[in-house]
Design a protein around this ligand. Structure first.
Ligand code: PBG
Length: 333
């Protein structure tokens, strides 16, 4: 055949493929979500094989180890004892509570670590919702917006006082980014950043996470605050609002099934963008690989590279430690 142009020339060796590769995964891109509880013993999380719910001491040791491997950011997810859960979720702003204690210990052990905290009421709320709940006249549950935002501001301030670098509101209440920004600034925390869960979908992929924290809603679902999986224009609208309200980083969640949303928001904003490879995405890969059906390393790396290619700058992933190891071994590609 006579062809001037042959695409395969640029694919013929590893060295050339390395030169022409457009997107790369780096250890600096990774954020590790971590689970912990106020108990001396670590527990393997049955809904998320390979993940552990750590004691405070165990968590500090694990985070130090992961930091040494190059993963310099974590996001904190506490399992709160049932006795501390309440309808007003007051424990979320207790300066002596589990999360502020963990923030202080992590920052002391590892000052260079970027500590990101989840701001939402579900671990603290006896109803398991991200906001405050009342029963409407029709008998159904109603999630209060403005009242919740007040509590979220107190929670964010509590995290900032303990030394959090970035707070990440995952609750999807209207106006919370701006309200938290104002509350932080007024209290002298203008350095504390906000990573907004901008497009957080009402997703079935969060199931294993709720098992890990025992935080599933007791009644109803999260569809009146999290986004409808059919929508993408609405994600742009949320983005414009979060930008206006002062978000420093925006996020799309889940990641893999929403690559089009990541790509769209990438085109619409100059802000850095995070994507969250959530518990269900993790579990699908784990399950397929445990059965010997897929090659775990190859599939994990490809799934994360796809998320970067779509436009994410950083990725929250439960595979962060494995990826750091694989990248350092240089055995990938
Ligand atoms: C809670 C929160 C959830 C996740 C992160 N923060 C669960 C939910 O919204 O129900 C899910 C993370 C995952 O599935 O990995 N606000």
């Amino acid at each position: 055949m006579e062809m001037m142009i042959r695409g395969r020339r640029n694919r013929r060796s590893g060295a050339i493929r390395g030169l022409v590769r457009e997107n790369r995964l780096a250890v600096e891109d990774l954020i590790l979500p971590v689970f912990f509880h106020d108990d001396a013993n670590p527990v393997e999380i049955s809904s998320m094989p390979g993940c552990t719910r750590w004691s405070v001491a165990g968590l500090v040791a694990e985070v130090l180890a992961v930091y040494e491997m190059g993963v310099r950011a974590v996001v904190l997810f506490p399992k709160i004892e049932d006795s501390l859960k309440s309808a007003d979720a007051a424990e979320c702003a207790n300066d002596e509570g589990l999360v502020p204690r963990v923030i202080r210990e992590l920052k002391e052990a590892c000052p260079g670590l970027c500590v990101i905290t989840d701001v939402a009421l579900d671990p603290y709320n006896s109803d398991g919702h991200d906001g405050l709940v009342v029963r409407g006249s029709d008998g159904g549950l109603k999630i209060l917006n403005d009242e919740t935002v007040e509590v979220l501001c107190r929670q964010a301030l509590c995290h900032a006082r303990a030394g959090a670098d970035i707070v990440a509101p995952s609750d999807m209440m209207d106006g919370r980014v701006g309200a938290i920004r104002m509350a932080l600034d007024e209290a002298g925390f203008s350095d504390v950043g906000i990573m907004a869960y901008t497009a957080k979908y009402a997703s079935a992929y969060y199931g294993p996470f709720r098992g890990a924290l025992d935080s599933a809603p007791k009644e109803g679902d999260k569809k009146t605050y999290q986004m409808d999986p059919g929508n993408i224009r609405e994600a742009v609208r949320e983005l414009l609002l979060d930008e206006e309200e002062g978000a420093d980083i925006v996020m799309v969640k889940p990641a893999g099934p929403y690559l089009d949303v990541i790509a769209r928001l990438r085109d619409e904003t100059t802000l850095p963008m995070a994507a969250y490879q959530v518990s269900g995405e993790y579990l699908m890969i784990k399950a397929a690989c445990a059965g010997g059906w897929l090659d775990e390393k190859a599939v994990v790396m490809e799934s994360l590279l796809g998320i970067k290619r779509a436009g994410a700058d950083m990725i929250l992933t439960y595979f962060a430690k494995d990826v750091a190891r694989w990248l350092s071994e240089g055995t990938f590609r």
